[in-house]
Design a protein around this ligand. Structure first.
Ligand SMILES: Cc1cc2nc3c(=O)[nH]c(=O)nc-3n(C[C@H](O)[C@H](O)[C@H](O)COP(=O)(O)O)c2cc1C
Length: 335
């Protein structure tokens, strides 16, 4: 049987404007989430249709979402418990020690390691700071004091203290013996699944007091920077070109500090399996939150950036995009 053809009804413009337009525009506002942020003009907020409309040009078509939302499909999936069971007792301590040892190896190249000055003791009220925090992307381009960099990195993901790994009490959770001294773990400013800290902060510095512009890595145990390379003309050009993908509202040349959160996959996936990636992304967020609060408290401008070009930026930073993955970006500058 032939399908019935729908009859067409004429909709005069005046009628449309008086009767339909208002409710349609309300739906549009809701869909486009315009009330979500005062920065919608500068933030990529898209209506849900975009998720479908990009299918034809997308190479991954939301594979990442599919993975992230289905990493544990049933209670029979034993990957996580098995991974964790290998971490009881000594292995946990040895993995923490390994992290520190890798930094000590960096120290074997003293010309590449720059000690940071002591951080500023920030004692602003937490409530006031949280209320005052805003993403700010307008930078003056003035020189950033070295102590400001030290303060951001320390409160972002620095080593804040020591924790004894040997219990003198009769606690079965903790070992009573040691194969070496000292048996302490270093506590960090941001929390991390299993204390494995798979996120490293790669920094692109421009116009920071006494430091050459270039790429550095933060070494938390030493509260130092490891110099990866100083900028030549070509490298600076590449950095500014990558800055274009952040959006037109950010002037890359005035960003004193671009923080790239780099996930070293094996640091935590050997324990957490697929869940390692999710932990890493969460942990990058926790570090970023610390950083924004300390920027607010010390009157620096900071904003997260979501638009970075993953492959190009990884190449620029010199990471392989396999065992080391870029997962987040924050830019900071003088107000
Ligand atoms: C993961 C993430 C990505 C973001 N990406 C961008 C960006 O690409 N460009 C930008 O201007 N702001 C970006 N922002 C900042 C948001 O626009 C901002 O947080 C939001 O508008 C709310 O404003 P507020 O941070 O001042 O509260 C991003 C924030 C997050 C958490």
């Amino acid at each position: 049987m032939a399908a019935l053809k729908p009859s067409r009804t004429e909709l005069p413009l005046q009628y449309f404007l008086e009767n339909e337009y208002q409710s349609l525009i309300e739906i549009f506002h809701w869909v486009a989430n315009l009330a979500g942020s005062v920065y919608t003009d500068t933030t990529c907020v898209v209506p849900p249709e975009a998720a479908y409309s990009s299918v034809l040009v997308s190479r991954t078509h939301q594979l990442s979402q599919e993975f992230l939302l289905n990493f544990k499909r049933s209670s029979l999936d034993l990957g996580l418990p098995l991974g964790i069971s290998g971490y009881f007792g000594f292995p946990a301590r040895s993995s923490l020690a390994l992290r520190q040892l890798s930094e000590q190896e960096d120290h074997d190249n003293p010309e590449q390691v720059i000690k940071l000055p002591p951080y500023q003791n920030v004692n602003a009220s937490l409530g006031v700071t949280i209320r005052a925090r805003r993403s700010l992307r307008q930078f003056s381009g003035k020189t950033m004091p070295l102590q400001a960099l030290s303060t951001i990195l320390f409160y972002g993901n620095g080593v804040t203290g020591d924790m004894a790994m040997i219990s003198e009490e009769d606690d079965p959770q903790w070992p009573q013996y040691s194969l070496g001294a000292p048996e302490v773990a270093h506590t960090r400013a941001a929390s991390s699944g299993g204390g494995l800290n798979p996120i490293s902060l790669y920094l692109v510095l421009q116009n920071v007091e006494t430091l050459e512009d270039g790429i550095y890595i933060y070494l938390p145990f030493e509260h130092s920077l490891k110099k990866v390379m100083t900028f030549n003309q070509q490298k600076r050009k590449e950095h500014l070109a990558l800055g274009l993908s952040w959006g037109t509202n950010v002037e890359a040349a005035k960003v004193n500090l671009a923080i790239y959160y780099v996930y070293t996959v094996y640091e935590n996936s050997r324990k957490y399996g697929d869940m390692g990636l999710i932990f890493a992304v969460l942990e990058a967020g926790e570090i970023a939150a610390n950083i924004h609060l300390v920027c607010t408290a010390t009157k620096l401008a900071s904003s997260d950036m979501g638009g970075w070009d993953k492959v190009q930026t990884e190449r620029f930073l010199g990471i392989d995009g396999l065992s080391k993955q870029l997962v987040h970006t924050t830019v900071i500058g003088m107000p």
